[in-house]
Design a protein around this ligand. Structure first.
Ligand SMILES: NC(=O)c1ccc[n+]([C@@H]2O[C@H](COP(=O)([O-])OP(=O)(O)OC[C@H]3O[C@@H](n4cnc5c(N)ncnc54)[C@H](OP(=O)(O)O)[C@@H]3O)[C@@H](O)[C@H]2O)c1
Length: 339
């Protein structure tokens, strides 16, 4: 059985529906009992409703009872991550989430790892489009490269129509200090409205990008890749589109029109390598990443515990290949030498 916390949201619905389509029993969890009942009526008899607010630890624990894995879809995760991860550990369930919040990721790795190891469960934040894909790509790109000086992750996103929680998360992150990975250490730096130019693979080409874009990859990539620094960039034009911050109330289907490119570039004394994927519908792809990971954990083949990155848990190229089979990507380049 897999529990989905925040099942009534856009991501939670996609995740729950996909799990049911795959024949999984699903606990629909969240704070809105009536909304959860309505969703259960839509998704059918494989689902069970367990309402629990984030302030009620006993109810959260009861909601997760019997689950092999909990997928937390209730953002912002700075608020939900601690209570839901605590309940998952106490219930003996693995914990995954959709966070794109670096401070939350650092919190899980630094403050929840020991308890997860004791309970012999895995915690993995950012098991979604932002987070896991770049983490898996970084491991694939740098395989056999030896120590690298710098890993750059660059996103190019168009047509992003943010949900209410995505907008809340983005609004919070925009004003927060930035977590960076520089000189082999995580460092908190004051936010600066800094831009640069990143040269994306054709046909995108050179584009202005936001520097130090907030992303959990600064926490996860150095766990698997021997690098001195990780930098994350996002096309500036992504947030200049009119509909990005004005689409909380649109129909679910109208969010599917986004297009993404995720590039990882690794530079060492021996040269530069890149890998990249392109695809459509960031919310659908994020949901599928978490469902794939949850099912792999639920069958018990992964003999790890504690807080782990995607690339620590799964064979990176195989996991990306599986996502391609699920039509998550229109284009995949796992490793290329560049000049
Ligand atoms: N990393 C990625 O690639 C990626 C991909 C997709 C989504 N996300 C993140 O995932 C989060 C969810 O996105 P979404 O698209 O599903 O947003 P959404 O449609 O607005 O849904 C948010 C969900 O979270 C629940 N929630 C919010 N605050 C809560 C609280 N204080 N207590 C209990 N439940 C709470 C909501 O419950 P109610 O229905 O009761 O309000 C709802 O179920 C966002 O933070 C987004 O940034 C990340």
């Amino acid at each position: 059985m897999i529990a989905v916390y925040g099942a009534t949201g856009h991501t939670g619905r996609l995740v729950s529906a996909e799990l049911v389509d795959r024949g999984e029993k699903v606990i629909l969890a969240g704070r809105d009992a009536a909304g959860l009942e309505k969703l259960a009526a839509e998704l059918g008899p494989l689902t069970e409703v367990r309402a629990a607010g984030l302030d009620d630890g006993q109810a959260l624990l009861a909601a997760m009872d019997g689950a092999a894995v909990v997928i937390n879809c209730a953002g912002p995760f700075a608020r939900s991550g601690g209570p839901v991860a605590t309940a998952a550990i106490a219930a003996g369930a693995h914990y995954l989430d959709h966070a794109a919040e670096p401070l939350h990721s650092r919190n899980l790795f630094e403050n929840f790892d020991a308890d997860a190891r004791t309970a012999k469960v895995v915690l993995s934040p950012g098991m979604s489009l932002y987070g896991a894909i770049a983490d898996l790509l970084a491991a694939t790109v740098t395989e056999g490269q030896g120590p690298v000086d710098a890993v750059s992750v660059a996103y190019a996103v168009n047509g992003w129509r943010m949900t209410s929680a995505s907008k809340n998360t983005a609004t919070h992150l925009v004003s927060a200090d930035r977590l960076t990975y520089v000189d082999g250490t995580l460092q908190l730096v004051a936010r600066e409205a800094e831009t640069a130019i990143f040269d994306y693979p054709a046909p995108i080409g050179a584009r202005p990008v936001l520097v130090n874009y907030p992303a959990g990859e600064v926490v996860t990539i150095p766990r698997r890749v021997d690098t001195r620094s990780v930098g994350v960039f996002m096309t500036a034009e992504t947030f200049q589109e009119e509909t990005v911050f004005t689409s909380e109330d649109i129909a679910s289907a109208d969010r599917a029109g986004s297009a993404f490119t995720v590039v990882v570039r690794a530079t060492s004394g021996a040269g530069t390598r890149i890998g990249y994927v392109r695809g459509n519908d960031i919310y659908r792809v994020g949901a599928l990443v978490s469902v794939e990971a949850a099912q792999a954990l639920a069958v018990g083949n992964i003999r790890l515990d504690g807080a782990r990155s995607a690339a620590e848990l799964f064979a990176p190229a195989d996991f990306l290949q599986r996502l391609q089979e699920l039509d998550c990507f229109t284009d995949v380049h796992l490793r290329e030498e560049t000049v």
